[in-house]
Design a binder for this molecule. Structure first.
Ligand code: GLU
Length: 502
């Protein structure tokens, strides 16, 4: 393997980061780290019409949350700075002009209105080998007329001149040999009228200048590959071209097409990594982070969407993924997204995480209700409830009552079967709890059961009311464990509180 592996994650800052984008970043990162290479972030923001405020910061925040830290980036800088394409604008024009000079590209003066007219009058209009000679471009106008228009600063773009009947092929690291017929591809714009490059030119020039050795990107870019291969051939030579890997799509749960943000909204699960607020509408799209996912689980789940290590192992830390990652084991076919499985990963990671890390995260979720409690107490609560928590946010419901009195009490669940005998039972229970010396789960349970026997009541009928007194609801860990942990006075207060409501 090449010693200086350099890979780039090259997002366009156009909104929230789709989980497919994070997976592309992840596979780049894993490949770089596996090969002691460099992981580079390049911001591809040459399409100013698609620029969205806040999207760039969101990308950095997401990668930081996921632990995918770059070696070079617009924020960190590096030997190949700048890493933001809009700041590299002056670099691209010379390459586009070199292509024109060598006959691989041409100036096109067609106005946006003229192009619009064409699209209206010709269905599926393509600017290509069949139509280019009926348009306003240097191929039609000839050298003198073209020079005159250029001298008069007439707005123009530079388009690639796609060859006719040429087969273009390359070896994709995932798909093997891929073939294209160049005539099927249109004459893409390379340099726009504002002298900004399009993605096609910028990606090739920057991969070259930044000495990128391997380019991982989503399968949706495969149709653009012939243009990029020709540009490599025309500008820098195919021997310098990075090795391409087009990653399989992440599909809707039913396998019918690419998973979109709208599918998430429709089916009630996140598709973006973190919450995204649209700066224009202030609409918030929920993210995995805020839904209660651990970054460890999110990354693990993403890695398994289209990859496995060839064994039945499903739980991997980032370090293990680096160790085990291999391109050969990336699947060609799209991977169906399964939200239930995503939650399963999170649950496994909640169970697996070390106590200190989990405590910090749970404290964040529970906010200020834990401030008066020692870490030791919080750890005991976590140990009791974590099996019941699939998402971090579940800790809120599952453990708030360990810190504060339940806010609501499900009286309706006990009232219909309530009677005087039960009131007496709990009054006696309070008296005996008051004098109980060894406050522990076993002692509380024994006291409770002995009292039911003496009063000829069924313990089973009193357990639910007791739970509702302590928790406010019908869920939670073993009720005597709860009483033990919240302590004597809190247990007694909660029983009294509910007796008053009945
Ligand atoms: N800027 C492209 C995107 O937003 C990146 C494609 C590539 O990695 O070449 O997805």
């Amino acid at each position: 393997m090449n010693k200086n592996v350099r890979v780039r994650f090259a997002p366009s800052p156009t909104g929230g980061l789709h989980l497919g984008g994070v997976r592309t970043a992840l596979f780049n990162y894993l490949f770089a780290k596996k090969n002691n290479g460099s992981f580079i972030i390049r911001i591809e923001d040459t399409d100013q019409t698609r620029f969205v405020d806040g999207a760039e910061k969101y990308i950095y925040d997401t990668l930081t949350w996921c632990g995918l830290l770059p070696d070079e980036s617009p924020l960190l800088g590096g030997a190949f700075a700048p890493y933001k394409q809009s700041e590299r604008k002056s670099l691209y024009k010379q390459y586009a002009e070199q292509l024109v000079k060598n006959g691989y590209a041409y100036y096109a003066f067609d106005t946006p209105a003229a192009l619009e007219e064409k699209r209206k009058s010709v269905s599926n209009f393509q600017y290509n080998q069949h139509t280019r000679m009926s348009m306003q471009n240097s191929l039609v106008l000839g050298e003198d007329a073209t020079q005159k228009l250029l001298a008069n600063n007439i707005p123009h773009v530079i388009r690639i001149k796609m060859p006719e009947n040429e087969e273009i092929k390359f070896t994709d690291m995932i798909r093997g040999e891929v073939n294209f017929n160049a005539s099927l591809v249109d004459d893409k714009v390379l340099l726009k009228a504002d002298e900004m490059p399009t993605y096609h030119l910028a990606v090739v020039v920057d991969d070259y200048l930044m000495q990128i050795t391997h380019s991982f990107r989503g399968e949706e870019w495969l149709p653009s590959a012939p243009v990029h291969i020709l540009l490599w051939q025309y500008l820098f030579g195919l021997d310098k071209m990075p090795q391409w890997a087009h990653l399989p799509l992440i599909l809707k749960p039913d396998g019918n097409g690419k998973l979109s943000k709208r599918d998430g909204e429709r089916l009630g699960f996140p598709v973006f990594a973190m919450d995204w607020t649209d700066p224009k509408t202030n609409d918030i799209t929920i993210g995995f982070k805020e839904r209660g996912f651990l970054p460890e689980a999110f990354i693990n789940m993403l890695a398994m969407l289209g990859w496995n290590d060839g064994t039945a192992q499903e739980i991997f830390s980032l370090d293990e993924l680096i160790d085990k990652f291999s391109i050969e084991r990336i699947h060609k076919a799209g991977a169906k997204f399964d939200y239930e499985k995503a939650k399963w990963y999170n649950h496994e990671w909640i169970k697996k995480l070390d106590a200190t890390t989990l405590r910090t995260k749970v404290k964040n979720i529970l906010n200020d209700i834990t401030v008066n409690y020692q870490d030791e107490y919080i750890d005991k609560v976590i140990a009791l409830v974590k099996d019941r928590c699939t998402l971090l946010t579940d800790f809120k419901t599952q453990s708030s009552f360990f810190f504060t009195m339940p806010e609501t009490i499900d009286i309706a669940a006990i009232q219909p079967k309530w009677n005087e005998q039960k009131t007496v039972f709990f009054q006696n229970f309070i008296e005996q709890l008051n004098v109980l010396e060894d406050w522990n789960t076993v002692a509380i349970e024994k006291l409770f059961k002995d009292l039911t026997t003496t009063q000829q009541l069924k313990a089973g009928e009193l357990m639910l009311p007791f739970r509702i007194m302590l928790v406010g609801d019908k869920f939670g860990p073993a009720v005597f464990d709860i009483a033990n942990l919240i302590g004597k006075s809190s247990t007694i207060d909660r029983i009294k509180n509910v007796l008053n409501l009945l």
